[in-house]
Design a protein around this ligand. Structure first.
Ligand SMILES: [Zn+2]
Length: 317
């Protein structure tokens, strides 16, 4: 069984030119992995099916790797085009994919006073989330999904999102792995998107589990198809980035003459090490995850400074 005989890549670049790939699994029926942004079905999925002589009624299931806007935003249009279509996602990401306002509140508004989206940003994200669609059923670790001919095992690999899933196909030594491998972020110089993960330890553990699969092919959402050594390299890059970011945050905190709010800390680490990246949600959320991680290790602590909750190097003891 070979990956390329059963799985087709739908290249769906986003408006800013950033790469986004969806995967169509062939078999007795068809299964789509991720649905892209709200604009993706009209722009890419429907034309692709037409060009390759298929109809929407042949598509039976959509498996969402995780509930981020560029992975579930197409659900609304796909549902409208085929009311029998079944949608699946891991239990821990389910409500974000079903309810775009809840998704926006809990992801984009989770750092009040530290990073806050403007009204235009909010409108644009909610627009690209598309219409709300109920998820047919939640997936759990070890569950099988497939098209009859090709069967994948769902593996829960949290970090980038609470319910991030990869689909593992043992016989092909392949996996469709969404955004698991954050590497050093995505996008062009000047507006690179910072790696995003909400919990450091689970993210590192997911990378270890992924490495142990010893895959030949990894189908990613933003880095295309990775083969052999490229997979090892991507895992190494992802892991090294975590370590570097930890070290850099500690440096900034040790050099600061007073405790720093999350916003001040993020701005300083950005200015010192990451000027090619956007100063957006991702760097703030990931930095927050690192602060919690460093706090658990008693390398930083929280303190109240001039009425604000701040971070300071060292243990509180
Ligand atoms: Zn994502």
């Amino acid at each position: 069984m070979r990956f390329h005989d059963w799985i087709e890549t739908l290249s769906c670049p986003m408006e800013d030119g950033a790469a986004l790939d969806l995967y169509l699994v062939r078999g007795e029926s068809m299964m789509l992995i991720d649905s892209g942004l709200a604009s993706t079905p009209e722009q890419y999925i429907f034309p692709y099916l037409e060009r390759t002589g298929r109809t929407m009624s042949q598509l039976q299931a959509v498996v969402i790797t995780h509930a981020h806007v560029d992975h579930f935003g197409g659900n609304g249009d796909l549902h409208r085009a085929n009311r029998n279509l079944r949608f699946y996602i891991h239990r821990s990401d389910l409500e974000w994919a079903e309810d775009r306002r809840k998704h926006f509140m809990e992801l984009y508004e989770a750092l009040p006073g530290q990073w806050e989206p403007g009204d235009g940003y909010r409108r644009e994200v909610l627009r690209q989330c598309g219409g709300d669609v109920p998820i047919t059923a939640a997936l759990v670790e070890g569950e099988l999904v497939g098209t009859g001919s090709v069967v994948f095992t769902c593996m829960h690999m949290p970090g980038h999102s609470p319910g991030h899933l990869i689909l593992h196909q043992q016989e092909m030594k392949a996996a469709i792995c969404g955004d698991l491998l954050q590497q050093a972020g995505t996008g062009p110089q000047g507006k690179r998107v910072f790696p995003l993960y909400h919990q450091v330890e689970p993210y590192l553990q997911s990378l270890e589990r992924f490495k142990a699969l010893q895959l030949q092919t990894a189908a990613t959402s933003h880095f295309g198809l990775l083969e052999g050594e490229k997979i090892t390299e991507a895992i190494r890059l992802s892991r090294d980035f975590v370590k570097d970011h930890n070290d850099r945050l500690l440096n900034v905190l040790q050099e600061a003459d007073e405790p720093l709010t999350l916003k001040e800390l993020t701005w300083r680490v950005h200015a010192a090490y990451y000027s090619e990246y956007e100063l957006g949600l991702q760097i703030h959320a990931t930095t927050y995850a690192h602060c919690q991680h460093l706090r658990d290790r008693e390398l930083v602590h929280r303190c109240l400074h001039q009425g604000q909750m701040t971070w300071k190097a060292g243990s509180s003891k």
